[in-house]
Design a protein around this ligand. Sequence first.
Ligand SMILES: NC(=O)c1ccc[n+]([C@@H]2O[C@H](COP(=O)([O-])OP(=O)(O)OC[C@H]3O[C@@H](n4cnc5c(N)ncnc54)[C@H](OP(=O)(O)O)[C@@H]3O)[C@@H](O)[C@H]2O)c1
Length: 319
Amino acid sequence: MQAIVIDAFGGPEHMALRDIPEPVPQAGEVLVRIDYAGVNPIDWKLREGMMAKVFPHHFPLTLGWDASGAIVQVGAGVDRGCIGQAVFAYCRQFGAPAQHGTYAQYIALPAALAVPAPPNLSAAQAAAIPAAALTAWQGLFDAGALRRAETVLILGGAGGVGTLAIQLARHAGACVFATASEGNHALLAALGADAAIDYDGGALEAAVRQLAPGGVDLVFDCVGGAYLTLGPRLARRGGRLVAIAGAPDAELARELGVSAERIVVGANPAQLRQVANLLATGQIVAPPVEELALHQAALAHARSKAGHVRGKLVLRIPH
Ligand SMILES: NC(=O)c1ccc[n+]([C@@H]2O[C@H](COP(=O)([O-])OP(=O)(O)OC[C@H]3O[C@@H](n4cnc5c(N)ncnc54)[C@H](OP(=O)(O)O)[C@@H]3O)[C@@H](O)[C@H]2O)c1
């Protein structure tokens, strides 16, 4: 099968489209024909070796952790009735080395991880969901303990995680503030943000103080960088900060009486099924999605690394 593979960490030139053996589903696994692979910032971070110490890995390594497609074969012990089912999945398996990713025509994975895709989404839209939605869910609800009527500030509202986080927080009954460049404010409002805040010009803190004078109940930081120290100042005393793109300033957070935590997303098919249900019933919608071809993976990584993808990029897998 065709796949985008790396033999060593490094620049985009390390990515090669080549033929590798098609996986064979083992007991308890399904084989998924991948129609689209979601592109996440972790893909280029992994490729560049930034995560080498965090994730065990084996070369040759096929990149990509998000997939949409259909089950085409099952391993021993899996009911054949699922063959043909359209599915989407977050394919990283906790503890397993990174090696068999989704920038490929097929992937074998535990049957439980392949969740029926919402029928009203295109395959391209479905591939945009798993990692971003699970990160938003786990950040807002598992770590962030967000409750109805609380205020939440989502730093980075226009990206893959942010566009889903705004909607999930809103659906949970929270009052949602989100940051993005001005050109994306209409998108944030359409997704349900109560206020869209520009992050240029250093006026962010003042804008948040105006909306929530004592600070918000929860800050969800999807950007990192300077926000790792600014974030704790934006939460109220006794409030929470959850960060996904770096470790927040723990000492500052302690001084300010804010509990701060950095999380790493994990596969959770039960949560993905709940997200699928919200999508299928129109309670949330897929982020804006831009398609590129599998052989354009280097372009996709350059776009992702530049930091201004609106919604999600996905790669179309040829068959
Ligand atoms: N810990 C985990 O498990 C985990 C899981 C998923 C993602 N992440 C990390 O979390 C980050 C976000 O992921 P993602 O998939 O949402 O990324 P993404 O889709 O690439 O995010 C791009 C968005 O970031 C916005 N942005 C850039 N600079 C900003 C700033 N200073 N303030 C506000 N918004 C800004 C851009 O909006 P504008 O164009 O309007 O600036 C753009 O829409 C990445 O670093 C990723 O690696 C971590």
